[in-house]
Design a protein around this ligand. Structure first.
Ligand SMILES: Cc1cc2nc3c(=O)[nH]c(=O)nc-3n(C[C@H](O)[C@H](O)[C@H](O)COP(=O)(O)OP(=O)(O)OC[C@H]3O[C@@H](n4cnc5c(N)ncnc54)[C@H](O)[C@@H]3O)c2cc1C
Length: 392
């Protein structure tokens, strides 16, 4: 009989896991708390491991990418408000693929819902959450709540995959409280889509205005207006969630009066949706316990500064499928093999994220100055390699 898995969360990690499970001959069912799919979203750079995982999961053909030719021009704004050549996110080694979170979501959804390639569609139940998870050793008994009907019902599965994001309920129920696993980075982010490019810049330009403790990043894309990330450091994370986020951001960025900050804050006032959240990493000694496994941000959130969350979620799902295929009769062995393959990769990128955070938003004036010097050298080297200078 085919083994059944309950995947909790219809994000990138959940759908990647469901496809991996299906490739391994399992029958996955996905439950999602929200009433419908979450589309759109912010800029995501997919690294080579993420692009390879997309191939392994068979979604690369559905994935819409938005890289401007040659990575596009990137500009840095100086403290005087003048522009100079900069290093954009897409200029880092590995040639990231530029996508929106929604592009990855859409590609995965096409595969999950049956893409005409003969694969069975995965059953997806919206407005459904787990209430209780009991691993009996033989199966997992999950009590589920359907918010539409108010009904609760019990289901028996062979494996539960918790892919329910940074503040995972599965992690809390099975492994322990958030405080045990979520590390706080004393930083905040706000990400959203701009309706149009910052005035006087070319449509696909990327623009960075980074000062000690606060920064704005505009991610230029080939075929639509850029997305923007406002990020800042704070010692009072809880306090950031009181009052209006827009007002809070206006206060934090006051005095940083350049055209990018102005355009971002004015656009935020009109934005139909935005993400405003604190920054964390999730660190766990082990990602599975018996027949329950965590995957994606729930297990290892490397955070946005790492630029590896979507990449590692895709890879995690693809590798889970491979480990289950390689160990069809031994779930423990499969989960151990999966974790051994993945953990060095995750640990490495969680560590590098601290350094990358300094590139996103320097922690002090001296670091800001050092960052500028390092970037100027890197830009010169890049220009020498390409034999070109951006045109403003
Ligand atoms: C601003 C920003 C920029 C980023 N940039 C990059 C980048 O450049 N490169 C990169 O690789 N990554 C990037 N990331 C990270 C990346 O978006 C995530 O790591 C990735 O999407 C994996 O998320 P996930 O599927 O694990 O979790 P999520 O996307 O949080 O999905 C979890 C899902 O579970 C559902 N859920 C939650 N609780 C329950 C419940 N109790 N029951 C049922 N369902 C539930 C949620 O509704 C949601 O649909 C960025 C993230 C941010 C915020």
């Amino acid at each position: 009989m085919q083994k059944r898995a309950l995947v909790i969360g219809l994000g990138i990690a959940g759908m990647a896991a469901a496809i991996g499970l299906r490739q391994a001959g399992w029958t996955p069912v996905i439950i999602e708390r929200a009433p419908e799919r979450r589309r759109g979203g912010y800029f995501v750079g997919l690294m080579p491991e993420g692009r390879q995982a997309a191939v392994d999961l068979g979604i690369d053909g559905h994935l819409h990418t938005r890289n401007p030719p040659d990575g596009g021009n990137a500009w840095s704004l100086t403290r005087r408000g003048t522009r100079e050549p900069g290093m954009g996110f897409l200029h880092q080694p590995g040639d990231p693929a530029a996508v929106l979170r929604g592009d990855v979501e859409a590609a995965l959804w096409q595969a999950v819902s049956g893409d005409g390639a003969g694969a069975e569609p995965v059953e997806v139940r919206f407005e459904t959450t787990p209430v209780e998870i009991v691993d009996t050793g033989v199966d997992v008994q999950v009590l589920l709540a359907d918010a539409r009907t108010g009904a609760q019902y019990r289901e028996s599965v062979d494996l539960v995959v918790g892919a329910d994001g940074l503040r995972s309920n599965v992690r809390r129920m099975v492994f322990g409280p958030h405080e045990d696993y979520m590390t706080t980075w004393n930083a905040m982010i706000c990400a959203f889509q701009l309706p149009e490019q910052v005035p006087s810049f070319a449509a696909a330009d990327s623009i960075i205005s980074a000062r000690s403790g606060r920064a704005v990043w505009v991610f230029g894309l080939a075929d639509r207006a850029p997305t923007v990330l406002l990020t800042y450091r704070t010692d009072d994370v809880a306090g950031q969630f009181t009052g209006s986020p827009v007002q809070r951001l206006r206060t934090v960025f006051s005095g940083m009066d350049d055209p990018v900050v102005r355009h971002a804050l004015d656009s935020l006032e009109e934005a139909p949706e935005f993400l405003f959240d604190s920054v964390h990493q999730v660190k766990m000694p082990r990602w599975s316990s018996g027949r329950v496994v965590l995957l994606g941000d729930a297990a290892w959130c490397p955070n946005l500064y790492s630029g590896m969350g979507a990449t590692s979620a895709l890879r995690g799902g693809a590798e889970l499928g491979r480990a289950l295929r390689d160990n069809p009769d031994d779930l423990d062995a499969a989960l151990s093999a999966w974790e051994s393959r993945l953990r060095p990769f995750i640990t490495k990128h969680q560590r590098i994220a601290r350094l990358k955070q300094q590139m996103f938003v320097p922690s002090s004036r001296p670091v800001e100055a050092l960052r500028s010097v390092v970037l100027r050298l890197a830009i010169k080297a890049r220009q020498r390699r390409r034999g070109s200078v951006p045109v403003g």
